[in-house]
Design a protein around this ligand. Structure first.
Ligand code: C2E
Ligand code: MG
Ligand code: MG
Length: 560
């Protein structure tokens, strides 16, 4: 028998029992009236006038009636208690099914029917409904740093703040984790009302929380979809509420991509972009397995002598589907899906093998993503790679960007220290584009600053303003940090940089990043490698500067 049939027959049996009990109670009351009506006067008369007492049979019947009535009343009270208990457990079950126990908001299951009802109620005239998808920007970090208890409290406080802002008649739901949804009706002639609410949510939630005595800061990203521009026509078989959630989710994702702590309304182009990104993600996973990522190398030159001093490894993806993809496109995707560490390891393995062939005085620079810097084992993994490839740590330079410094500073500091202890050098890449403070620059033991190419490119302008570059170089001098200028595209820039101290430089003037074979050819051409593949001792050898020779080598490659 199925569970529901079993429950049905159980209920039926109870109803039958209660009907029988009810019938017995009614019969008992009728009999009580019947027997009591004659027995009680007889009892009174026997007491008062000493007349003959009532018939014992009738007295017994009356007592039996009283017992039955008492029993009936007790059963009635039990019945009432049972009904109350059942009502309460039904209420609890309903709550559990609809409400998120942590925040008291609607849960994911119940937001859909509630949204449909709200849409239905506001579908006429200028009525519209906005669906706001809200995600906390740094919840994982708060949880990891302060523990789950603080994380839970943060979710509760956030829900409370949202509740205080939303107008009456709106819905608030926690969809799961740190994801919330607000659904609110509005007049489709004034969508700016929704903008204002989204802005208020963003500014209110970003105010510092005091949780368990701990100051906790968080921001939110908000995506908005509305029935005002979309009536749910043929949206892959989704219901209206599902479509709104889907679209708001895409807009929220877009807000995250644009730098978080902001809101965006859904636009169709976002969906196309996302589809492309998802395809790329799938391809990237395949690409890593198939080893489709190739290290390219860009020359690093001593600006005064014009000699090659090393190479920076820059990743390229040779994708059979997408062609050659540049790192600005695939690195953020690899970071997001947690594969950057794996990808970087693969590339560094290849680069260490390539660079082992080069003359020992040439360095290898590799870029490290802020996501890798969060890995507590990063330094150990890198040192293990160096040992496996038997590569001298002094020849390796790690380039980190300023955004790494916003992360946990003490963690970054200890990682830099353990790499430096082994002899690896550390450069601060793209200097000037981030927000590193002078205090940070002084407190972290960097070996080099790399001036971002946007400043170097300035030197090419008609009214070239050298003041900023001079200031950065003076800063490097003051902090005792050597400097590399990125993005030297032409001779004008090179001439402007000459005489500004002992600088290293790199840029298209010296050649585009090239693959290992081309680097080999270049080194052979420069006489830095012998034909047999061995390294030639260049000490004391004269010859043309690397610039001129490199240009020649590049020409030959182009012709080939
Ligand atoms: P970056 O480390 O600042 O590298 C310099 C970028 O500027 C390279 O772009 C290079 O090709 C380009 N460049 C060099 N000289 C010139 C020039 O004269 N003019 C102009 N306009 N551009 C020049 P690329 O290869 O597209 O790399 C972009 C960024 O991607 C790199 O910036 C680096 O931050 C990142 N990246 C590259 N490879 C890796 C990698 O293996 N791991 C990580 N985490 N990031 C990487
Ligand atoms: Mg770099
Ligand atoms: Mg750079």
């Amino acid at each position: 028998m199925s569970k529901s049939n079993e429950r049905l027959s159980h209920v039926r049996r109870r109803v039958e029992r209660d009907i029988v009990a009810f019938g017995i109670a009614i019969a008992a009351i009728l009999m009580f009236i019947g027997t009591g009506g004659s027995v009680l006067p007889q009892i009174m008369r026997s007491w008062l006038y000493n007349e003959r007492g009532p018939d014992y049979l009738l007295v017994n019947a009356l007592l039996l009636n009283i017992a039955l009535i008492v029993f009936g009343m007790r059963r009635y009270r039990e019945l009432l208690a049972e009904i109350e208990q059942r009502r309460q457990s039904e209420e609890t079950a309903k709550q559990l099914a609809e409400i998120d126990p942590l925040t008291g908001c609607l849960n994911r299951r119940s937001i859909a029917p509630a949204t449909e009802a709200l849409i239905e109620a506001h579908k006429d005239g200028h009525g519209a409904v906005a669906f706001l998808m809200i995600d906390l920007d740094n919840f994982k970090q708060v949880n990891d740093l302060n523990g789950h208890k603080v994380g839970d409290l943060l979710l509760q406080v956030t829900a409370e703040r949202m509740r205080s802002i939303l107008p009456d008649g709106s819905l608030l739901s926690r969809l799961g984790g740190d994801e919330f949804a607000c659904v609110l009706p509005f007049d489709d002639r004034s969508p700016d009302a929704i903008d204002r609410i989204a802005d208020k949510l963003i500014s209110t939630i970003s105010q510092r929380h005091d949780i368990d005595g701990l100051p906790v800061e968080t921001t939110i990203s908000v995506g908005i979809a509305t029935t005002a521009t979309f009536k749910g026509q043929n949206d892959c078989g989704r219901t209206l509420s599902e479509s709104l959630l889907h679209r708001a989710d895409i807009a929220m994702y877009h807000a995250k991509k644009q730098g978080k702590n902001r809101h965006y309304w859904f636009e169709t182009s976002m969906e196309t972009e996302l589809r492309f990104r998802n395809e790329m993600e799938a391809e990237l996973r395949k690409g890593i397995l198939n080893g489709e990522f190739v290290p390219y190398y860009e020359q690093q030159i001593d600006i005064e002598s014009g000699e090659i001093v090393g190479f920076e490894m820059l990743a390229r993806w040779h994708s059979p589907e997408l062609g050659v993809v540049d790192p600005n496109t695939f690195i953020p995707v690899a970071e997001e899906i947690g594969l950057i560490g794996h990808l970087s390891e693969q590339l560094i393995d290849k680069a260490l093998e390539d660079a082992k062939e080069w003359p020992q005085h040439l360095t290898l620079s590799v870029n490290i993503s802020p996501v890798q810097m969060r890995d507590p084992w990063f330094a150990q993994k890198l040192l293990k790679q160096l040992i496996e490839h038997n590569f001298p740590p002094e020849r390796l330079e790690i380039e980190i960007t300023e955004s790494c410094l916003h992360e946990n500073m003490s963690h970054v500091r200890s990682m830099i220290a353990s790499l430096k202890n082994q002899g690896v050098r550390i450069s601060l890449d793209d200097f000037g584009t981030g927000y590193s403070s002078l205090a940070q620059l002084r407190s972290l033991p960097f070996d080099r600053l790399k001036i971002d190419r946007s400043f170097v490119g300035e030197l090419n302008a008609e009214d070239a303003n050298e003041k900023l570059i001079n200031a950065i170089i003076a800063l490097g001098d003051g902090l005792n940090l050597p400097i590399t200028a990125e993005g030297i595209e032409d001779n004008k820039i090179l001439q402007a940089l000459r005489g500004k101290g002992k600088l290293k430089g790199q840029g298209y003037l010296y050649g585009r990043p090239e693959q290992a074979d081309a680097v080999r050819a270049r080194l052979l051409q420069l006489g830095l490698l012998s034909q047999s593949g061995g390294v030639r001792d260049m000490a004391g050898e004269g010859g043309d500067s690397a610039e001129d020779e490199a240009a020649e080598a590049a020409d030959q490659q182009r012709q080939a």
